[in-house]
Design a protein around this ligand. Structure first.
Ligand code: SF4
Ligand code: SF4
Length: 376
């Protein structure tokens, strides 16, 4: 594993972070999906054995189960790893809420402190709103002085990339978590600013939802890239950025963990020619499709049970990778098998709720219609 110093926090962190938002799941006796505790704990402990020391969860991940399972997995290891979680701003209505929620999270995790506590998914205005109504930062300072949290952080979601700079300039934060990959470089300036101000920088979606690794051979060659090197290029692109410390990957299966750990352990910087090639490839892909859904699931749940990320994943198979037959087959299975859960795009009532939550700002309603026309 590769390690780095996490900004002015001086913590030594593994460059691969374990995101706990997509732990393995199975159907419970009540027919509802739940974290497969045994499989998740095995993966998390394997992650530790492979050298990962940064584990990231949140109040809402897996309906709260993520924190509980992570706590169980880290029993006996707690003092050897760094645990990060997040405070849900929409639950912080008044002074005292922050502290109550933090204490609930510590109980779930079975620990007496968090190493990094993020304000979850904030824009500048969103943060200031909660600050005004509930005095959030004063509570964070108090919690830190009492040793309940060690570092104050924020995770960033905003339509305005310049918001990150404004948030950094409040001087409140020690680390930031944001979206970044070769197809979404909108946070590059904010990340550089954060780094210059001494913050540690973690990025999510470093592989762009895996889209970099499955491109047609012809496209890769056209961009002057060796086909054999293409699978790792997306990750190396992100890791080569000197303003990135941790690549956070939400991992849900053991082979994925093993592959990511091996890749990050042998990371070499991109050569200028490779850098040019991958940027060109990203531009080519944009012309192939404007459906760059990362599968982050922030739009979920849909009140009408449309499985938005799965529909868009099939549309990307069809549009970007030319795997139309597979895409249609998978689309037809939605709602018919337990692991193809939810409903297809025809169930969309166009209520618009999902679009307010999508960090990629996708026109979900329009793209669902397009998807159903192509795959239904
Ligand atoms: S717009 Fe459609 S997909 Fe989005 S939340 Fe509403 S019903 Fe669900
Ligand atoms: S539609 Fe947007 S929010 Fe939903 S999974 Fe895709 S990128 Fe994420």
């Amino acid at each position: 594993m590769n390690y780095t110093t996490f900004g002015d926090t001086k913590e030594r962190v593994s460059r691969l972070g374990f995101g706990c938002m997509r732990l393995p799941t199975r159907l419970g006796q009540d027919g509802k999906e739940q974290v497969d505790e045994e499989a998740a704990i095995e993966m998390l402990r394997k992650g530790y054995e492979l050298g990962i020391n940064y584990f990231d969860t949140a109040y809402f991940y897996h309906g709260g189960q993520s924190e509980v399972v992570l706590g169980k997995a880290l029993q006996g290891l707690r003092d050897r790893v760094l645990v990060s979680s997040k405070c849900p701003g929409d639950r912080v209505k008044k002074p005292g809420d922050y502290r109550r929620i933090l204490e609930e999270q510590l109980t779930r995790l079975g620990t007496d402190h968090l190493d990094f506590y993020h304000y979850h998914g904030v824009s500048y205005d969103g943060f200031m709103e909660v600050e005004k109504r509930a005095g959030w930062h004063a509570e964070a300072v108090k919690a830190k002085s009492e040793g309940l949290i060690r570092h104050v952080s924020f995770s960033f979601h905003s339509e305005k990339p310049e918001d990150m700079i404004r948030l950094v300039d409040t001087g409140y934060f020690e680390t930031v978590l944001c979206q970044y990959n070769v197809l979404d470089r909108s946070n590059e300036a904010g990340m550089a600013h954060a780094k210059a101000k001494g913050l540690g920088v973690t990025v999510m979606g470093p592989l762009g939802g895996g889209r970099i690794s499955g491109l047609p051979k012809e496209l890769i060659e056209k961009c002057g890239i060796e086909v054999s090197a293409s699978a790792e290029l997306g990750l190396r692109f992100v890791a080569t950025n000197p303003n990135v410390d941790i690549l956070l990957s939400g991992m849900s299966a053991m082979p994925q963990l093993l592959e990511n750990a091996a890749t990050v352990s042998r990371l070499t910087p991109l050569s200028p020619a490779e850098h040019e090639g991958i940027v060109k490839m990203a531009e080519e892909m944009k012309t192939l499709s404007d459906l760059y859904c990362t599968g982050c699931e922030y739009c979920m749940p849909c009140p009408f049970e449309v499985n938005i990320p799965f529909v868009f994943e099939q549309m990307n198979y069809h549009k970007v990778y030319g795997l139309t037959e597979l895409a249609r087959k998978n689309y037809a299975m939605i709602g018919k098998m337990p692991w193809f859960r939810g409903k297809n795009a025809a169930a969309c009532t166009e209520c618009g709720e999902c679009e307010t939550k999508c960090p990629q700002h996708l026109k979900i309603r329009d793209q669902l219609k397009e998807s159903h026309a192509a795959l239904g």
